[in-house]
Design a protein around this ligand. Sequence first.
Ligand SMILES: Nc1ncnc2c1ncn2[C@@H]1O[C@H](COP(=O)(O)OP(=O)(O)OP(=O)(O)O)[C@@H](O)[C@H]1O
Ligand SMILES: [Mg+2]
Length: 278
Amino acid sequence: MIAGIDIGSTTTKTVSVEGGVLVRKIKTRAQDAVTSAAGALGKLIIENDIDISEISGIAITGAGASKIKNNIFGIPTQKIDEIKAIGTGGLFLARSLPGLPVGAVPIVITNVGTGTAIIRAGKDGITHLGGSGVGGGTIYGLAKKLLPTADFNGIMDLAKDGRLDQVDLLLEDITDTDISFLDRRSTAANFGKTLDSAGNSDIALAILNMVYQVIGMISVFAAKSAGVDRVVVTGNGSNNPVGKQILDVISGMYGIGFEYPPDAEYTTAAGAALSWQA
Ligand SMILES: Nc1ncnc2c1ncn2[C@@H]1O[C@H](COP(=O)(O)OP(=O)(O)OP(=O)(O)O)[C@@H](O)[C@H]1O
Ligand SMILES: [Mg+2]
């Protein structure tokens, strides 16, 4: 069995891919990369009642992989380039998406992690199109200073009751007519109004709105430049229900679909395992 370990900036994801199927999935969080990788592997073995000798190789990737210099626990360990891992994992998971002719056309993957990376993957290879430092980490960082909680569920709870028109300057604030294809309720400037009456819920929603609008728009431009009409969203940030609603609105405006494969937070780890070279 090959274990794929993705040591991300926030969480470490570990999987094994057996017979073309993602079988074991583990998420851990540790301060440093070495503890994270060792802990993740330990958890994989103990929780799944696996003998360590069953693991014939470890494929590591993610920001923290550069900190691992040697084989882990004497098991042959290979480092996989993170862009390659996202592209390979994205193509693998996109197979389960309805109507996506995987292989026939390239796919554009937007990996929403702590930051955001956009990758094109197809038969002709995997390329890094670009990305943004605006990502999941931005939500936590802003919440820490602006909200009473920086806990993921706490932020989402607050955002439920948020009103965007308390914080964002909307087109309807500045014009009486639609502009081009933009609805009057569209954001003209994120945080461009921020009324004194704006409460924590409004700010929580506005943070999520800003982050996912940036992610959505750069994804749209990437998809258009790659000549495709769908974007496969991966990373833990693909599980954000408010984020998905914001991406839906962008999808309606620009005609680019956002797709969420199951287990999308394990894309990078799966791609690493699949990239293992015997
Ligand atoms: N329960 C949750 N559901 C959905 N999203 C979450 C949850 N918990 C955290 N997140 C979001 O996921 C983000 C981290 O995503 P992920 O674990 O994919 O990043 P990473 O791989 O560690 O980072 P990177 O790939 O940028 O190095 C957090 O910043 C947060 O916004
Ligand atoms: Mg990641």
